[in-house]
Design a protein around this ligand. Sequence first.
Ligand code: SF4
Length: 353
Amino acid sequence: MWTDPQITEMRAALLAWYDQQGRTLPWRVRPEDRAQGLSPNPYAVWLSEIMLQQTTIPHGTPYWFKFLELYPTVQDLAAAPLDDVLTHWAGLGYYARARNLHKCAILVTEAYGGEFPETKSELLKLPGVGDYTASTIAAICFNEPTSIVDGNVERVISRLHRVEAPLPKAKAIIRKLAATLADPERPGDYGQAVMDVGATVCTPRTPACETCPWAHWCQAHRVGDMTDFPKKSPKKERPVRHGHAFVLVRDGAVWLRRRDEAGLLGGMMEVPTSAWADDMPPLEWPVSADWIRSATDVRHVFTHFELRLSVHTAQIADPLDLEGRWVDIGDFENEALPSLFKKVLGKANLPQT
Ligand code: SF4
């Protein structure tokens, strides 16, 4: 552990690096922009943080721009129908986040007068806002001296200290270590600086220690075993579930229905499927027709399991006695269709439009 003067030096080295080499991101207000009187917009920061959970910056950034264009303020987002929000979210995955995003916008609008609360403890009361997001908004937007710890920060801190405990058990240790280094004057910049070091210098496989502002103090760098950290507990194998998907076609349209609000992909659109089970469930057709099975199945990886769906397509003539509605094949983009069902429709034997 370092002395107070060492910690002061480490903070100064990190912040000097950030001032010169930190990333420019669209939702970020850099120190030089602050000098011009700009300040971070909590709505835009919150939106970026929710979108970038489990999503890379290149993939998430166009969605951030799209949402800000469609819903320039939190009140605009609150006033939008949930269905529209889910449709525009499609492709970002983890749809519970989109539902919480909408709930949170409504709460901020109705209970907080359209202004995000300014402390971590109040932010934690918002739907979909956990410790990391609350810390980030509080530190970046309201200068609360709280430390931000994401996967990049975990890697940097675990190397800096050669933390022997494996993740996820090491999270609490890493959090404490990160907090001792957090800069009380510039907590937002400190947090963003460590994240940037993790993203651009202290990368998982090839850390560029020679350009790192903390190389002088880094224990893993001294020993030379940087890539042994963070230690990880052995991964459990992801279970596989199986099922069938049924694509019903009539007059250039496909039958879609809405999934239950509760549970995985809640409220999103889907084609009818069987149950998803550990063993392939028996084939029970939703309607009798001439079904054609696609040559290849769909594989889709969720956080806790992998799903394999066989895809069956049938042309039908009669109206259906099922819940749902016909959607023209050219109109899928306007539906809240998760990637899984886009894959299913991609494999189905659909007529050319
Ligand atoms: S010195 Fe190397 S291992 Fe240590 S924090 Fe910097 S980049 Fe990572």
